[in-house]
Ligand binder design. Sequence first.
Ligand SMILES: [Fe+2]
Length: 307
Amino acid sequence: MTSVQSGTSGLTTTRAPFIEQAQANGQLYIHQPYELYSEANHDAWRRLYARMEDRWRRYANPRFLQGIDNLCLDPAAVPRLEDVNRFLSPLTGFKAKAVSGYIPSFLFFDCLRNREFPTTITIRDIATLDYLPEPDIFHDIAGHVPMHTDRAFADTLVRFGDCAHTAVEIASGIRNEDERIRRITSIMKALARFFWFTIEFGLMRDARGLKVYGSGLLSSYGEIAHAIDAPEVQRYPIQLEWVVNQYFEIDHYQPLLFIVESFDHLFELVGELEQWMRDGRLDNVAGGEPEVSPADLRSFLEAAGHS
Ligand SMILES: [Fe+2]
C-alpha cells in the first residue's frame, strides 16, 4: 500500500489526499488517521466550537446540551473518534464509525440499525466556516453525535434504520421490475424527507419554548438562530402526511420547519411511518426534491436481491 502525503491540506474537506486514495480503493469504512490533521484543521474546529457554545445554550434542546457534557469534547482540537466512542457507547451502544464520504443510503440505514453512525472525518476549510454543502466532522460529531447519547433519540434512529429493512422486504415481494423501482423510489423519497425534517432540521417545544434538536441546525451558526428567531420561517406541528410529501432544498436556510412534542413522539412517528409503508401509503408521494440517486436506489434493490 502506498503512503499518503499529508501535505499542507491535512484532512480538509474536498482536499484530503488520504480520502481521495480511500475512495479510489473503494473503501467506504476507514480509520481516522489522526496525525494527518493540520494545525489549520484544529483551528477550524476551535473556531467552529467556540462560536457555537453560546448559541447551543440559547437554542438547543436540553438533551443535546446534556449530550455535549456527556461526550467531554475538547473545544480546542478535532476529536478522536475512539475518545468520542469511549463516552458514547456505554450510554446507548452507539458508535461513530469513520467513512470516506458518501455512503449508499441502504448501508447508511443499516449502520443506524446496528447503532453505528457513519462519520465524516474531514473538516471544512477555515475560509468556509459558515456554509458547506457536504457534511464534515463538525456537523457529524458536534451536530449529530451529542443526540446519540440520549436513549430515546438513539432508539428512534435504530427504529428508522429498521424502516430500510421493511422497504427491502416490500421490494422483494414486487415481481414487476418497473413497479418495484417506482414504489421503492417513492418510499425512499418519503424516508429521506422524514429524516431531513426531523433528524436534520427538527424543532421541539419544551417548557422554555421552542428548541432545536436537528443536527443541520445544531451545526450551523447562522441557521440555528434563524430557525428560532426569524419571523419569516414557517414552523408547524409535525404531520406525517405533510412531511413525506414536502420537497426540500439544501442550499439555503429552510423556510419551513416542523415541531415534535417530545422524543417519545418522534419515536412513535417512526413507527407510524413504517406502518404507512406497509400499508402502501408511501407508494405515491409527491414529486420533487430530493431526487433518489441511482447509487442509492441500487443499494436498496441489491439488498432486496435484485440488481
Ligand atoms: Fe447530517
